[in-house]
Design a protein around this ligand. Structure first.
Ligand SMILES: [Zn+2]
Ligand SMILES: [Zn+2]
Length: 896
């Protein structure tokens, strides 16, 4: 790094080059540290869908992970961030099906299974893992040499091993139950894959006549079309109103089938009339009632949610909503609709295509979850697992406590095929679950066929904490890097993924896969809407990288979030959203250029055994102050990084760099740094050390710019990288309350004089005098000692410590009651300033008058909304206050 720093900070010219240098040197592999040199630290990246394109949610999630992994890497841990991509069963299959339909007008069934799967592979290979390249552009320091894909051979073996083992343990079973069915994707879904959405619906109260003609029963339903499959009416056994009807029959209208009235504890007597229709093939609760009373199940819908052949002829083939209209029309015509109620209720939608879910009876594979949930709950209750923010632990607990069995079979073609073979031989019918592919029946040697279904995508991703490390093989990686440490996720996959990984980790590995779970917020726009493609309110992270730099993107995301809160970004105004972070990078770049260009020349170490070490008494007040501030920043930032308060860490380093170092210390030591001034070597030592520490503290958040500057320190070995530089340690000897207090007073005084200058519009080039009084001996001594600094930074012609007899000027009082008076008679054009103040005062007086009139108007005050009136009152108060201040200022200036 011998070429000089560019005068302008230009992120695009440094970022990709530095990234390549990092990866060529293998700095992101835990092996970058010598083996055995530190404890491992592992984060599993939530694997993005293989066809995904980077959005702001990924940007936030991966920036947080990168900050943590870089922090621990610098602390000497053998840090491993495991990246990968997910084959994303439904999502990827949907994408390819859509392309197939658009380009060739074909469905997957036209192609057939093998050809379709080959088509999906081709698509994945072609677009493959673009997102991983995009993650590199934002600086993610994952160990790419360990990248996995959930359909890799190794991970597929893990899936099969897990399925077979759970089957052998009785935890995987095949069952005939009501599941959530997507009529668009034509597959079963787990409960977690169903998005509940509030919609305006209706409750229809329908009359079912008693079969003997002696009256009727009224039942209530939100899905009247399902009545085509009713096989009973149920009432509560203790319900006096209906006790005499139990065991009798009703005549199912429209269909004309006789069905029994049964008594079942599950019926809520308070709902509707207290009598409910029972449709065992189309409702989970009805299914259970049906089981208890041995009712027939009549499936009146096809997989596409059209009416099946089990319904009367005239309904067959109708879409479910068309059938609803038809059923209601017929009931209406027969006078059997008692009443209709408006009803807002939650309806399940497919999380991939938003189609309304149909509860459907079918044969599916399930994981028995309760035995897996028990240890996962215990790990939270005994404190092994901790959530950040803590309240998320309650969500985790309540989900586990109410857990249902997990439907893991999907009627898709893209995914891990279920390792189950059925024997078709006459009289055998053996079902075999196998780790290896079967070609003949192990029982009779007859022909077998494999189950057509594939497994839920999450059935592979719940294994990644160990399958990505080689499991079921006992690899060295597995022994070294399992269990991991921290998991960083957005809360929306807490149940899908985070909680299930804990269950699988405990079950297959005997240990939780991580102990800290950091659930960060969501990226939203200024109207608090989640950023999404469909709303068109997203921000493309790569556009931000191009315009402002990856460091600015990362800083904006990190500084905009606190633990558990959402990040608000304005898609309409990238400039005000990201320019502040880029301005910070500019400031750092300019400070760095100044510092680095002044580090050449003799210097001495600040600490150590060296004979020429800087002695404490050689340090000036400013030196001692910046060393103490630097140490305090190390403590503050380290603690904040440790506790996931990343915004506070970033804020602490920002203040140190921008204010302490650039605005104060560098300005203070400039004379000593220039040329061969006395104390120059000490100043160089102090500025070099504190700047080095600042860069290291900032590196996890802004990795590129910090590396670019850090590598250019004089004498730095060509191969050194800040990404593996040691994390700064707090130094007790640096603590110096006296220096913090004394230099703090100097800053306050300079700040007060600058404030007066600004208030009275003193020209920047104009010097003023300052008179300090009322300070005690110690303060006077300190200020006297820093006289040169004060004179230079406050632009003074004189600083005196005596009572002033001048009248015209500005006053300020410091926190220790020292007062400063800045005589202005000779510094500004008093006449003009008085004129300016008079004009301003008259303007405010007019405003106040008209505002008082407005608020005195009864009509306005009584008619306008109260918040409008409040706002108008607030304006009046503000104007009055401003006016008072200006009037006082006129007095001080002695205006006539
Ligand atoms: Zn769907
Ligand atoms: Zn057989």
């Amino acid at each position: 790094m011998s070429e000089p720093l560019a005068p302008q900070y230009n992120p695009s010219s440094i970022e990709s080059e530095l990234y390549r240098w990092w990866t060529e040197r293998g700095l992101f592999a835990p092996e970058a540290h010598a083996p055995g040199s530190g404890e491992p630290y592992v984060i599993q990246m939530p694997p993005p869908n293989v066809t995904a394109v980077l959005h702001m949610g990924h940007g936030l999630n991966n920036t947080v992970q990168d900050v943590l992994i870089r922090f621990e890497r610098m602390r000497g841990r053998r840090a491993l961030w495991v990246p990968g991509t997910d084959h994303a069963g439904i999502a990827t299959q949907n994408v390819v099906e859509r392309l197939l339909a658009e380009k060739q007008g074909l469905t997957r069934f036209d192609l057939g299974r093998d050809a379709f799967v080959e088509r999906v592979w081709a698509h994945v290979r072609e677009t493959g893992a673009v997102i991983l390249e995009q993650l590199k552009a934002i600086g993610s320091s994952a160990d790419w040499s360990r990248t996995y894909f959930t359909l890799d051979e190794g991970l597929s073996r893990a899936v099969r091993e897990a399925f077979v083992r759970l089957y052998e343990e009785g935890l995987v079973y095949r069952g005939h139950y009501i599941i959530n069915w997507c009529p668009r994707c034509l597959t079963a879904l787990s409960n977690e894959e169903v998005d509940k959405e509030e919609v305006d619906g209706k409750i229809w109260h329908l009359r079912y006549p008693l079969a003997d003609g002696s009256g009727h029963l009224t039942v209530a339903t939100t899905r009247p079309e399902t009545m085509l499959g009713d096989t009973a009416v149920a009432v509560h056994p203790d319900d006096e109103r209906y006790r005499h009807l139990v065991g009798r029959e009703v005549l199912l209208p429209v269909v004309g089938r006789k069905i029994p009235v049964v008594a079942d504890e599950a019926v809520d007597p308070e709902f509707g009339s207290g009598a409910v229709k029972v449709t065992p093939a189309h409702d989970p609760l009805d299914f259970e009632i049906g089981q208890r009373h041995r009712l027939p199940t009549i499936d009146v819908m096809t997989p596409e949610a059209r009416i099946s052949l089990a319904a009367p002829d005239r309904f067959q083939g109708m879409d479910r909503y068309e059938a609803r209209r038809q059923v209601l029309a017929e009931l209406e015509g027969a006078g059997l609709v008692e009443r209709v109620e408006e009803h807002r209720h939650a309806v399940g939608h497919c999380y991939r295509c938003a189609t309304v879910i149909e509860p459907r009876l079918s044969d599916q594979w399930f994981v028995r979850m309760e035995p897996l949930a028990r240890p996962a709950l215990a790990a939270y209750r005994d404190g092994t697992l901790r959530f950040v923010p803590e309240r998320r632990g309650e969500d985790y607990t309540s989900w586990l406590e109410g857990i249902r069995d997990w439907c893991i079979s999907r009627q898709l073609w893209w995914g891990h095929r279920i390792p189950v073979w059925y024997c078709d031989a006459n009289g055998c019918g053996l079902t075999s679950v196998s780790r290896t592919d079967l070609t003949v029946c192990p029982g009779c040697g007859g022909p077998v066929r494999q189950d057509d279904d594939v497994l839920d995508t999450w059935f592979s991703s719940w294994l990644v904490p160990f399958s990505s490390l080689g499991w079921p093989k006992q690899t060295k990686d597995l022994a070294t890097y399992y269990p991991g440490h921290t998991l960083v996720s957005s809360p929306d996959i807490l149940f899908f993924w985070v909680a299930r990984m804990i269950m699988s980790g405990l079950h297959f590995m005997g240990k939780v896969p991580y102990t800290r779970i950091y659930l960060h917020g969501v990226v939203r726009d200024t109207q608090h809407r989640k950023m999404s493609k469909s709303l068109g309110n997203g921000i493309d992270p790569l556009e931000v990288v191009e315009r402002y730099g990856a460091d600015a993107l990362r800083y904006s995301l990190i500084s905009g979030m606190s633990v558990g809160t959402d990040v608000i970004l304005d898609p309409q105004d990238l400039e005000s959203t990201f320019a502040p972070a880029r301005n910070f990078a500019n400031k750092l770049w300019n400070a760095g250029r100044f510092i680095l260009s002044n580090l050449e020349g003799s210097t001495r170490p600040l600490a150590g055994q060296h004979a020429s070490v800087v002695r404490r008494e050689e340090l000036t007040l400013a030196d001692r102050w910046i060393i103490a501030r630097c140490d305090a920043t190390v403590v503050e930032a380290t603690e904040a990084y440790e506790c996931f308060r990343l915004n506070e860490a970033a804020g602490a380093v920002y203040r140190f760099i921008w204010s302490d170092l650039a605005d104060w210390y560098i300005e203070q030591v400039k004379p000593r740094l220039y040329g061969d001034q006395p104390g120059g070597d000490v100043a160089r030592a102090v500025v070099a050390q504190t700047f080095d520490v600042a860069l290291r503290l900032l590196h996890p958040v802004m990795p590129f710019i910090t590396e670019a500057l850090w590598r250019r320190f004089p004498g730095r070995p060509e191969t050194a990288s800040i990404s593996v530089a040691p994390w700064p340690r707090p130094d007790r000897r640096a603590q110096d309350p006296a220096a913090l207090r004394d230099f703090g007073l100097v800053q306050e005084l300079i700040g007060a004089i600058r404030g007066i200058r600004a208030e009275y519009s003193v020209q920047p080039g104009q010097v003023v005098r300052a008179v300090v009084s009322g300070s005690d001996g110690a303060t006077s001594a300190t200020l006297e000692q820093e006289r040169a600094t004060i004179i230079r930074l406050a632009k003074l012609s004189a600083l005196s410590f005596a009572q002033s007899h001048e009248r015209v000027g500005g006053h300020a009082v410091l926190s220790d009651r020292t007062t400063v008076f800045v005589p202005l008679g000779d510094a500004i054009d008093i006449g003009r300033e008085c004129g300016r103040l008079s004009t301003e005062v008259s303007r405010l007086v007019r405003l106040v008058e008209s505002q008082e009139k407005k608020l005195g108007n009864e009509q306005f005050v009584s008619r306008a909304p109260s918040d409008v009136v409040d706002r108008e009152r607030q304006k009046l108060t503000t104007w009055k206050e401003q006016c008072d201040v200006l009037v006082k200022k006129r007095e001080l200036l002695g205006c006539s």
